[in-house]
Write a protein that binds this ligand. Structure first.
Ligand SMILES: [Zn+2]
Length: 555
């Protein structure tokens, strides 16, 4: 009897131990190296949108949030987190001080003209277009390091099966991702057709020509904007979502399906690229490319899909607007549709997904002030430049000394500064710096050479300015605004030009079915850690100028 009970007890213990231990002693699921990598970049998708809109995200973004490795505190270490440096964080894993793309554009210190990152006037940059007016060419020649697309294509193994493609409505984000060895395709603002440059193709591939033929009137036919949810649903019921007093467009673009969108003075193309239809067209192009590449026997793909409509709309209407909110709902559905297409073709376990953003956005300052945060201010740059020039004129008899402002920096007359001599030149610059610090929306100001020498910690907001110093691509006087304030060349709308949370904190999710367990990583991480992480998962060399370690949570 006693012996019998002992045997029973032993059995129960063994059963219990095996139940408890099974998850420990079982081998972890064997990871399938991904055949396809898709990086979704939602331009201007500030992290702040997620907690606000999460109850209404039901499709692609939701499935990635529910199944992926989700980084809750991922930041761009940039003081002016703009599209080109932000995309370089994602593609090169490096900092502007190494990759050279200090901003979207910088000012020539010789003739004070604006130099856009992607502009290339050499034959290498020639745009591939049969018709249309001449415009400056485009290439990645201003990027001074390699990126993930380069490393993916450089690998000799499986070379004939590999392709790295980047797609966007705009040329600068897509060139930022394609690097030199990938291929870039963007929507030409003059013709409304997809194009590229000599930097990527000798001539436009036939499949792109065919796609263009089918969609030749995409940007010119009457455009309607129907909301993803019924217009009066809770999904849009947020304060100031229909406040157009400070928007750069005076009226809404949302017309439902009753009448086409018309905003006086705004071209059909400008309206199209701000609509949900533009990202749908981009996804259609990406699908056509995958079909074509697969037909060519290429089944090891790296795809960057940079979605610009949220950014283009955000600058006009601000992140509180129903337009921005609705674009995110549309993107949620379109991403799900694209993931379904890819998963069906290649099997979900073979596909690695990443979703992130190139930067966030500052809410419209006047709306922030209306909400009760009164320090939020807009200072129009030309007004402050006029006051600076007045000061120099009166005290030093030098006219038009301050030449221009680009977010976070002022450029002064280089020749006049040189001619003034060291002592007087230092005095002028000191006076201008003192003037700037006294302005209500400015927290700090530095001379360029001064901030270059100051020591900061990696987390310090001041360090983000140093991360963006590169040769002659910055200004003479660098400023840090107060939070929620903007110094801008525009009297309405908003931008992203500060080291603060709303501009630098973005979503970051990595997902491959069966490879990584769903988890939330709460520790602070940096977006430039992503390319190193993706390189490791793909078994390729990390981009060579990435000083960042891999992201946690990915074994
Ligand atoms: Zn952007």
């Amino acid at each position: 009897m006693y012996k019998y009970s002992f045997a029973l007890l032993l059995c129960a213990v063994i059963a219990l131990v095996s139940v408890v231990c099974i998850p420990i002693i079982t081998q972890p699921a064997k990871k399938t190296p991904p055949h396809i990598t898709v990086v979704f970049i939602l331009d201007q998708f500030a992290y702040n949108y997620l907690p606000k809109l999460k109850p209404f995200l039901r499709y692609g973004i939701k499935s990635l949030l529910d199944k992926g490795v989700v980084y809750d505190d991922a930041h761009h270490p940039l003081a002016v987190p703009e599209t080109s440096p932000g995309h370089h964080s994602i593609s090169t894993g490096s900092l502007p001080t190494y990759h050279g793309v200090a901003y979207n554009s910088w000012t020539s210190l010789i003739d004070y003209t604006k130099i856009r990152y992607e502009t290339d006037l050499s034959p290498r940059g020639d745009i591939l277009r049969a018709t249309g007016e001449i415009q400056p060419g485009a290439s990645p020649h201003n990027t001074t390091v390699d990126g993930l697309s380069d490393q993916f294509m450089r690998l000799s193994r499986e070379q004939n099966r590999r392709a790295a493609y980047s797609f966007s409505l705009k040329m600068h984000p897509v060139i930022s991702c394609a690097n030199r060895l990938g291929k870039a395709l963007w929507l030409d603002s003059k013709t409304g057709l997809f194009t590229s440059s000599k930097a990527y193709f000798d001539k436009l591939p036939a499949w792109v020509e065919s796609f263009n033929k089918i969609h030749h009137d995409a940007t010119t036919k009457p455009l309607y904007w129907k909301t993803a949810y019924p217009p009066h649903s809770k999904a849009y019921a947020f304060p100031h979502s229909r406040n157009y007093s400070y928007a750069a467009y005076p009226t809404s673009m949302i017309t439902e399906d009753t009448k086409p969108i018309v905003i006086p003075g705004v071209s059909a193309h400008e309206l199209f690229v701000r609509s949900p239809q533009s990202s749908e067209l981009l996804f259609d192009l990406a699908k056509a490319s995958v079909n074509h590449l697969q037909h060519e026997g290429k089944d090891r793909l790296l795809l960057f899909i940079s979605l610009s409509n949220l950014d283009l709309c955000g600058h006009m209407y601000g992140p509180d607007s129903v337009e921005c909110i609705d674009i995110i709902y549309h993107l949620d559905k379109q991403i799900a549709d694209f993931m379904h297409f890819i998963n069906t073709k290649f099997g979900a376990k073979n596909v690695l997904y990443a979703l992130t953003a190139d930067h966030g956005v500052c809410p419209i300052p006047e709306i922030t002030a209306q909400k009760g945060y009164h320090p939020a201010k807009r200072i129009v740059a030309k007004k402050i430049i006029a006051e600076m020039n007045d000061l120099v004129e009166k005290k030093y008899r030098l006219s038009n000394f301050v030449k221009s402002y680009e977010p976070s920096f002022f450029i002064v007359d280089q020749q006049a500064l040189l001619a003034a001599g060291k002592e007087k030149g230092d005095q002028i610059m000191h006076d201008l710096k003192t003037f700037l610090i006294a302005q209500p929306a400015i927290k700090k100001a530095w001379l360029r050479q001064e901030i270059a020498q100051l020591p900061f910690q990696i987390d310090d907001l001041e360090q983000f300015y140093k991360n963006q110093l590169y040769k002659d691509r910055n200004g003479d006087l660098i400023i840090m605004t107060e939070p929620y304030s903007l110094i801008t060349n525009y009297e309405k709308g908003t931008s992203h030009s500060s080291p603060y949370e709303y501009d630098t904190h973005v979503p970051l999710i990595i997902h491959q079915e069966g490879a990584f367990k769903h988890t939330h990583i709460t520790e602070k991480v940096w977006i430039p850690q992503l390319p190193h992480t993706l390189a490791r998962i793909l078994g390729i060399v990390r981009p060579s100028a990435s000083p960042f370690k891999r992201l946690p949570g990915i074994v």
